[in-house]
Design a protein around this ligand. Sequence first.
Ligand SMILES: [Zn+2]
Ligand SMILES: [Zn+2]
Length: 71
Amino acid sequence: MCHYEIINFIRCGHQDKRLTRYCHFARNDPNHQCFSPWQIEREWDHPKIECDKCSDQKLKLRSLANGEDWK
Ligand SMILES: [Zn+2]
Ligand SMILES: [Zn+2]
């Protein structure tokens, strides 16, 4: 089974699941698909930053405010 870590983003209250290690099956699969249950290796809090989605959105908003064009 594949291993994941859970990150709790304290600042925005979101949670992210990240793959830390593929299992044997997923590694051999061209699409890295895994059909066995995954396991959470660890869970930790991130107090300083926001999740990718939130920081991405903020970046976009900021560029819009600056008149930049997002394609
Ligand atoms: Zn797996
Ligand atoms: Zn977030």
